[in-house]
Design a protein around this ligand. Structure first.
Ligand code: NAD
Ligand code: UD1
Length: 363
């Protein structure tokens, strides 16, 4: 398959490019490098020994995206491009809504004009909100998000689902109007095609490719747990602050479903393949189904790097949910995918990346 990855120079996109090439697919990347470096794509090429066509562009720029998509005509688009820092989204909501919603609307318009029909989208477990009780299943009602970033994911899921629904109706009315004559033209309009939308709700993507050549490269002070732990372990930061130890959990710290980024990447390969055969809008959790606490991860990382990771207990972080983990049965049953790597591999690979690249891609 020919697959185009928007935001493919980023953390999850670059790992997914590797998994796609290793599965025998062809990959092209579009990125504006607002939170990444082309170096990640170069390294993905080195890991696989295969070429990735790379376009520097803003996915919200429709003219440019029409040009790129017309020359690529991919079988599937995987839409990673987006802004993702929760705290920043509270300070800059308009920038987040503009970027995340506009990129999605632009892609849908281009797809329609070019007759492209398959899209896989990076959503987040954050759409389950605060009131659902884990393990989260895809048929639970979406919840109330605690920040603009979460709402952009919530809304992008809705926009893509509505676009699929309209595409199905359009195909039915076209078929009626042409009385079963599939080849008929309608004043030169592109024959409508029913969309295939696959919404992937990621749990907590962590770790790095086992080569240690690509990994997560946050700018400034990391917001997320695993990059922070890695930077403490490598000596870039003094200690981790654990956000609260008074939750109703066995050790008092929050529990999450940490998924190795290569397992997540392999889930995208299955999702892209599925998008070819299937029509509709379908949601899948990509998680392991196993919760681990903050202190479990601190301990596992210490074991992987050979020395304890220094931490202090601090107050709770506003907006944190106590528990979040997936029921991952649907992806196993329908996509034939399940996570294979555990927290020991996650910490081993994150450490290999961090210790080999203490300053990330040095961008
Ligand atoms: P990332 O920031 O590393 O990658 C996103 C990429 O998109 C970056 O390379 C950035 O430069 C690019 N980009 C942003 N806006 C763009 C635009 N308008 N045009 C072109 N490129 C643009 O983030 P990631 O962790 O790889 O996340 C990928 C996707 O998965 C994002 O949509 C994110 O919201 C979603 N997601 C991530 C997590 C996580 O924990 N990492 C969890 C759930 C969902
Ligand atoms: C966060 C976002 C979520 C987003 C996800 C991936 C919030 C409230 N949620 O999820 O919307 O999809 O990142 O980008 O920001 N922790 C510490 N100390 C730290 C950092 C984190 O104790 O320095 C704890 C947190 O309290 C949490 C766990 O570690 O219990 C995981 O945190 P994090 O990696 O930020 O992910 P989430 O909060 O699950």
């Amino acid at each position: 398959m020919k697959i185009l990855l928007t935001g493919g120079a980023g953390y999850i996109g670059s790992h997914t490019a590797v998994a796609l090439l290793e599965a025998g697919h062809d990959a092209a990347v579009v990125d504006n490098y607002s939170n990444s470096s082309p170096e990640a794509v170069r390294r993905a090429e080195q890991i696989t020994g295969k070429e990735i066509r790379l376009y520097e562009a803003d996915v919200a720029d429709k003219n440019r995206m029409m040009e790129i998509l017309r020359s690529e005509m991919p079988d599937c688009i995987i839409h990673f491009a987006g802004l993702k820092a929760v705290g920043e989204s509270v300070a800059k909501p308009v920038e987040y809504y503009r970027n995340n919603i506009d990129t999605t609307l632009t892609l849908i318009e281009c797809m329609k004009e070019l007759g492209l029909s398959n899209i896989v989208f990076s959503s987040s477990a954050t759409v389950y909100g605060e009131d659902n009780i884990p393990p989260f299943t895809e048929n639970m009602p979406k919840g109330v998000c605690t920040n603009p970033y979460g709402w952009t994911k919530w809304m992008q899921e809705q926009i893509l689902t509505d676009a699929w629904f309209a595409s199905e109706k359009e195909v039915i009315s076209w078929a009626k109007a042409h009385d079963g004559d599939a080849a008929a033209s309608d004043s030169g309009r592109v024959r409508p095609r029913e969309l295939s939308v696959v919404l992937l709700r990621y749990f907590n993507p962590v770790g790095a490719h086992e080569s240690g050549m690509i990994g997560e490269d946050p700018q400034g002070i990391p917001n997320n747990l695993m990059p922070y732990i890695s930077q403490v372990a490598v000596g870039r930061r003094d200690h981790l602050t654990v956000f609260g130890d008074d939750y109703d959990t066995p050790d008092g710290t929050c529990r999450r479903d940490y998924i190795h980024v290569m397992d997540l990447a392999e889930g995208h390969v299955k999702a892209a393949e599925y998008s070819l055969e299937h029509r509709g809008a379908e949601v899948f959790n990509l998680g392991t189904g196993n919760p681990y606490s903050v202190l479990d991860m601190v301990k596992a990382f210490g074991d992987a790097c050979g020395h304890p990771v220094k931490y202090e207990i601090g107050p709770r972080r506003a907006g944190d949910v106590q528990d979040s983990w997936a029921n991952a049965d649907k992806a196993k049953e329908i996509l034939g995918w399940e996570a294979k790597r555990g927290i020991a591999e996650i910490c081993r690979d994150a450490w290999k990346w961090q210790s080999g690249n203490p300053n990330g891609y040095d961008r």
